[in-house]
Write a protein that binds this ligand. Structure first.
Ligand SMILES: O=C(O)CCC(=O)C(=O)O
Ligand SMILES: [Fe+2]
Length: 290
């Protein structure tokens, strides 16, 4: 019997299971998994592209590696994936993930970032952390008073391109830690590493989790790669992390589905120059929906 605390999504029973999945992410272990969300061809195409980009591109900005900044070449990032292969346009719109995230963050949710994290053999782990928009919550005074975990402003999806095992550096997370909404202190790390569970899985699996949950990539002590596609979903009103509107080519924009347009926040109107807008009533309960 598996001892993994991660609830497995049942695609055939999603409507009935959805309330439990949402509760699990908000107040339970913090993570759920869709087994074999993507077929082998999709995974191998994505993997080839990430290998090509990590070979061709210079080292990129990364984060949570303060203690190992001399090893960024062993934890390689590829950013702005919407512009780096049609396969990623499909990957960010998985119907089951859209359904879960839409219920978790509100159905006009957007995507803040889609990037790869390729952990090479010997690559270092990260510091335990929480994700954007909470990722610098250690600067507590820069956040609103009484900010708390009662509703989510982030939902992460990690698509596994390689086996995620304790040896390859499967993401570690501390079940239930999302409840407090605290950026882990240095003193919390010992407890974190002693009690953390791992997001283990096979290529093609997709782990969906609450970014308020303490987590981190772990050292890759194996002799194989460990690449994950990290997708960050946000409610409609949170500023995206990556500037997709500038970073994505016209070609991608032109073929974007309505879902992809929503994810890229293309039709989100704010900030807006109201002085230049049509003199019409746009907002209010009595305005007919457009
Ligand atoms: O690659 C991983 O295992 C996790 C990466 C992560 O949590 C992050 O970069 O925010
Ligand atoms: Fe993270």
């Amino acid at each position: 019997m598996s001892t993994s605390p991660i609830t497995v999504v049942d695609p055939d029973n999603i409507d009935e299971q959805l309330p439990d999945l949402l509760e699990e992410m908000l107040s339970g272990s913090g993570a759920i998994i869709i087994k074999q969300a993507f077929p082998a061809e999709v995974i191998s195409e994505a993997r080839e592209l990430i290998h090509r980009y990590t070979a061709e591109e210079d080292d990129k900005e990364t984060h949570f590696l303060g203690a190992s900044s001399d090893q960024v070449n062993l934890q390689r990032r590829v950013w702005n994936l919407l512009n780096k292969g049609e396969v990623f346009e499909q990957m960010v719109q998985h119907p089951l993930v859209m359904k879960i995230v839409g219920a978790f963050l509100g159905d006009e949710f957007i995507m803040g970032s889609v990037a790869a994290n390729r952990l090479m053999p010997g690559g270092p782990g990260q510091e335990p952390h929480i994700d954007y928009p909470y990722w610098d919550l250690y600067k507590r005074s820069s956040f609103p008073m009484k900010i708390n975990s009662s509703y989510p402003l982030n939902c992460q999806a990690t698509v596994l391109l390689d086996p995620f095992t304790p040896e390859t550096g499967a993401t570690a997370f501390l079940p239930y830690s999302q409840g407090e909404l605290i950026y882990p202190e240095t003193d919390d790390r010992e407890r974190f590493f002693a009690e953390a569970a791992r997001m283990e899985g096979d290529p093609g699996d997709c782990v969906v989790f609450n970014g308020m949950c303490w987590h981190c990539a772990m050292p890759n002590v194996s002799d194989q790669d460990r690449t994950g596609i990290l997708i960050e979903y946000l409610p409609k009103f949170v500023t995206p992390l990556e500037d997709q509107l500038s970073g994505v080519s016209d070609e991608v924009v032109e073929r974007a589905t309505p879902m992809l347009r929503q994810l890229m926040a293309m039709d989100y109107p704010y900030p807006k120059l109201f002085d230049e807008a049509e003199a019409a009533v746009q907002i209010g309960r009595d305005v007919a929906p457009c």
